[in-house]
Design a protein around this ligand. Sequence first.
Ligand code: ATP
Length: 309
Amino acid sequence: MGTSPLGRTFVIANPAANRGEGAEGAAFVQRFLDSYRGATTAHKLILTKAAGDAQNLAREAQDFDSVIALGGDGVIHEVVNGLMERDANDRPQLGIVPMGSGNDFARTLGMAINDPSRALAQLVRGRVTPLEVGRVNGVYFMETLSFGMDAAIALDTVKRRQEETTSQHGEGLFITSGIRIFSEGSNGWPCRARFDERPEVTLPTVIFAVQVGPTYGGGFAICPDADPSDGLLDVCYNVKIPSRPWLLSLLGLARFGRHTGSSCVNLLKFTHATMDFETQPPCQVDGEELCGTYFEVDVVPKALRVIVP
Ligand SMILES: Nc1ncnc2c1ncn2[C@@H]1O[C@H](COP(=O)(O)OP(=O)(O)OP(=O)(O)O)[C@@H](O)[C@H]1O
């Protein structure tokens, strides 16, 4: 434990994550840190009370070496945004105890999911590495930004969980929301997009995902080659409007990252892009809704020092 990278540690925990399982996870972490004093040099744990708390706490945290976000991608997204609002020289390192429903950022890092005991062991024995974040219209994201049907699906999963109209979670919930949204059909959201110095393209957007790490939707490898340490964002977008059965099969293939050979989609890497939609598309950033028609996206390389296994 003497080599723990955590130092003075501030845990920001969402008790509401994954239908309340975050509360149990937080209680476990509190007991662990109280018992194993060598894990940190000092520690404090605060439970968020509402959306927005985690971002404020991460922005204002004073005299900590590490900020640990406990919960799902939503609370991690808030902590990342709070940390990114600080001066780079005054930015504590980030760790996560994944206790969410989707947990895509945890997959990217290789952290144990919904297993606080294993996640803490990984943090205590972990190493610190600089990772990039994406930025869209001033909002930072550590895993995913998407427009169109996949965003509509992601937002539908959040809505159904908030309304408690489903007991599903993760991948199963993404699939049933996907079938529901796909069956409603869409002609796409036309968009003019430019990636770095490439010529502008006009896209019939149905699927349009910009990724820091490979997965979204609880494990769908939409950009299987995305690497949060390569200084580049990955994008997967459709180049023609697939038929509905083709769209459903693409969704199935994307579960394993096997959609990439389809003539319907294109994948590339970039550092800066603009997207100009004719009408407001569904848009999610790390599972949160984002509104607008014009989006400017770039990468912030080595933005955060992140504790990884
Ligand atoms: N005390 C709280 N009560 C209710 N909601 C909260 C609270 N604290 C934070 N939130 C909000 O809950 C939302 C979802 O939380 P979180 O992402 O941690 O869990 P999840 O949705 O179960 O997991 P995932 O995002 O991986 O699917 C976040 O957007 C966050 O702002």
